[in-house]
Design a protein around this ligand. Structure first.
Ligand SMILES: [Zn+2]
Length: 361
């Protein structure tokens, strides 16, 4: 009888607790995937024309206003900063505020809490989007300075291009000083490699910097591996950390081909990005403790599908630069329900911070 009463009271308490204090789910890991310049019509082209397009797998979607602090039309520096720091800044700036003061990034914060961190991109690792997560500069073009921020031991898995910004001129680099940042990375314990094949051979315990191109990687079709392959290497390594991880994976070159209004090449990059989204979702489905967020930093090209048929689109472009169009955000996993409605870009950063346990103002 006593047992029965105990059971009853416990059950009543739990039921009451569940009703009054719904457990807000928080992820252990966050995978943030950014399709640079991937506006809603780029997403549309994926959904209409790509076998195995991943976007329908997301239960929660929303829209994001992409403006920067000083411009209706953002660049990737300010766009990346709003996601990385939870605050807007001026175009050209990378994770400094509008007065030039460094701002904490979600990657910095994850690292300080003992999580593993990673960045996987197909352009230079010193480009504005990845830089927003680990560097603090007023001018995004200062890529030599940005490279030096990787010596702060905040990123465990570095995969991208950009050798040139790590080496002085006499070693075929583009640095104006005589610093060899690759040697400095090695001195800090990184295994530095320059190809996909060598990346695959690095033992799990080592921190890795894979700088696989002088500046940007070749276009998707000529790379010989997919962003999904790079992502699964990163996810394997990062998931060995018991406390969790934060990783930003970027389809960097979608934007590059939109800038020259080359739809076929941009679509190849969207297709390549899709492999990374699949890798992330498959991982999260198994893990059950991982939030996957897919979005863009801004739209590029004013891309529109104006004709064609069910097999192929006819597209039109309205600009060779970025546009002010809202972009889509897609979320899966614990906390995904927070990414609905219309959000300002900096709110995305604030939600990620909050899910990791920190409130940003
Ligand atoms: Zn761009």
């Amino acid at each position: 009888m006593k047992n029965k009463l105990f059971f009853f009271l416990t059950a009543a308490f739990l039921l009451n607790a569940a009703v009054c204090f719904p457990q807000k789910s928080k992820p252990k890991n966050i995978i943030l995937l950014i399709g640079d310049g991937m506006g809603l019509n780029a997403v549309t082209s994926s959904v209409y024309y790509l076998d195995n397009s991943q976007f329908r797998r997301f239960p929660y979607t929303g829209l994001v206003v992409t403006r920067s602090a000083d411009n209706l039309i953002t660049d990737s520096g300010a766009g990346g900063t709003s996601y990385a720091t939870g605050n807007r800044t001026k175009n050209q700036s990378v994770s400094v505020d509008t007065t030039g003061k460094p701002m904490l990034t979600v990657l910095d914060y994850a690292k300080s809490k003992g999580l593993a961190t990673g960045l996987v991109v197909t352009n230079s690792i010193t480009d504005a989007t990845p830089a927003a997560f680990y560097a603090h500069v007023v001018k995004r073009t200062d890529q030599a300075r940005i490279a030096e921020y990787l010596l702060e031991d905040k990123v465990d898995v570095i995969i991208g291009g950009g050798q040139s910004f790590f080496l002085p001129k006499q070693l075929n680099g583009s640095r104006k000083d005589d610093k060899n940042i690759i040697d400095s990375l090695k001195a800090r314990g990184y295994k530095v490699v320059f190809s996909y094949d060598s990346l695959k051979t690095i033992p799990d315990k080592d921190r890795v910097a894979a700088l696989m191109a002088k500046v940007e990687m070749p276009k998707a079709k000529e790379r010989g591996f997919e962003l999904g392959d790079l992502s699964s290497i990163a996810l394997h390594r990062l998931s060995l950390n018991k406390k969790g991880f934060f990783v930003m994976i970027e389809g960097s070159q979608i934007d590059s081909y939109e800038h020259v209004n080359d739809f076929n090449s941009a679509f190849d990059e969207i297709k390549d990005f899709n492999t990374a989204v699949k890798t992330a979702l498959d991982f999260a489905e198994k893990d059950k403790n991982t939030l996957v967020i897919v979005l863009a930093d801004h739209e590029t090209g004013g891309l529109s599908i104006t004709g064609g048929n069910f097999k192929a689109p006819v597209v039109s472009w309205t600009t060779k630069v970025h546009s002010a169009a809202m972009i889509g955000v897609f979320a899966y996993g614990p906390g995904a329900e927070l990414f609905t409605g219309i959000k300002d870009n900096y709110q995305i950063g604030r939600i990620m911070f909050r899910l990791f346990g920190k409130n940003i103002k």
